[in-house]
Design a protein around this ligand. Structure first.
Ligand SMILES: [Zn+2]
Length: 334
């Protein structure tokens, strides 16, 4: 199998940051998500790139009634209540026209209409699997809601991205989460980078948190952890639900670290080239709202990445795929 280029986008609007920032505090980024989606589709058409939009289930709802109709009875009982988005439902508008920060069906429809991309799930309520207090049964109910609201719009959910990447495939305690995916017909998920600075169970590790944060920051510009590309057939030899681990978060353009931007791009191009030559997967991800500010600068970076893809595609047969597209190929190859 040739190398593959995967892009997954955590499509969430305010539901991705509701427990960290209010709409007002992040307004510019959130307001531009619709425009970012349009430009993503346009640029992907130009370069023949496929995208996987891992979408929060709330965004599929036409209005609040419909959202509540699909919401599970058994909601996540986090010890720290602020992580539950359900109390916020009382304050949001009734539909997308009134409140484009909490509904997103028009964006979902545009992606589907394009025909080249995949709509996956980012859980129904931006569910946190590693926050204490919640249970696997609650996760199961959440995924059930996510799959059903999508089905009501004619969309079959086959792939998943865990909010805040709260999955650790090396922990046996996380196996039941993968069983839930299997039960609901989800065939792949985005795991974490294999390197230890990314791959630490989120509930266990806090004491060297700042050191890790710094290493992750550094790793965006210079190689701390290597290319993080994977032989996906080999790593999924025994997996029922296919793990498509992250290679890299595409960090938003930063004025503060402007002079480091060329290093960020170079690091990504090198890893893509490595994947293409070694017939491995390079999996890039970010959130549409990351491109909501300094949109032109961010799209300039992305266009450079897409040009690199195009050239690797011509030279090495490097292929762009959706998560489910690649999952099918992996299952056929083993
Ligand atoms: Zn998210």
């Amino acid at each position: 199998m040739t190398g593959h280029f995967i892009i997954s986008l955590d499509y969430e609007i305010h539901w991705g940051v509701f427990d960290k920032r209010s709409v007002e505090e992040y307004r510019e980024n959130l307001e531009n998500v619709g425009n970012v989606i349009n430009r993503l589709l346009e640029m992907s058409d130009k370069y023949g790139v496929k995208l996987t939009f891992s979408t929060v289930g709330f965004l599929f709802a036409t209005d609040k009634n419909e959202l509540l109709k699909y919401a599970p009875k058994n909601k996540p009982s986090y010890d720290v209540k602020k992580h539950s988005p359900y109390p916020l439902l009382e304050t949001i508008g009734d539909n997308e026209e009134e409140d484009p920060f909490h509904y997103g069906l028009s964006g979902v429809k545009k992606i589907v209409a394009n025909g080249n991309h995949e709509i996956g799930t980012h859980t129904f309520c931006h569910y946190y699997c590693h926050i204490p207090g919640q249970t696997v049964e609650q996760f199961d109910d959440d995924i059930n809601s996510a799959v059903n609201i999508a089905k009501s719009k004619g969309i079959e959910i086959k792939s998943l991205v865990f909010p805040r990447n709260m999955i650790d495939v090396h922990e046996s305690s996380d196996q039941p989460l993968l069983n839930v995916l299997k039960k609901h017909g989800i065939t792949s998920f985005r795991g974490k980078e294999n390197s230890f600075i990314y791959n630490i169970h989120t509930t266990k590790f806090y004491k060297n948190w700042l050191v890790l944060k710094f290493l992750k920051f550094l790793d965006a510009y210079v190689s701390v952890t290597g290319p993080n590309t994977y032989n996906v057939v080999k790593i999924n030899k025994d997996n029922e639900v296919i793990n498509l681990p992250s290679s890299r978060l595409l960090r938003a353009y930063s004025d503060k670290f402007k002079m480091l931007e060329p290093f960020k791009l170079k690091r990504i191009k090198r890893a893509m080239t490595h994947a293409a030559k070694q017939n491995e997967m390079f999996h890039l991800w970010w959130h549409p709202h990351n491109f909501g500010a300094q949109t032109d600068e961010n799209f300039n970076t992305l266009e450079e990445i897409f040009k690199t893809y195009k050239s690797l595609n011509e030279t090495y047969g490097f292929q762009s795929e959706t998560m489910t597209g690649l999952t099918r190929k992996i299952k056929a190859a083993r």
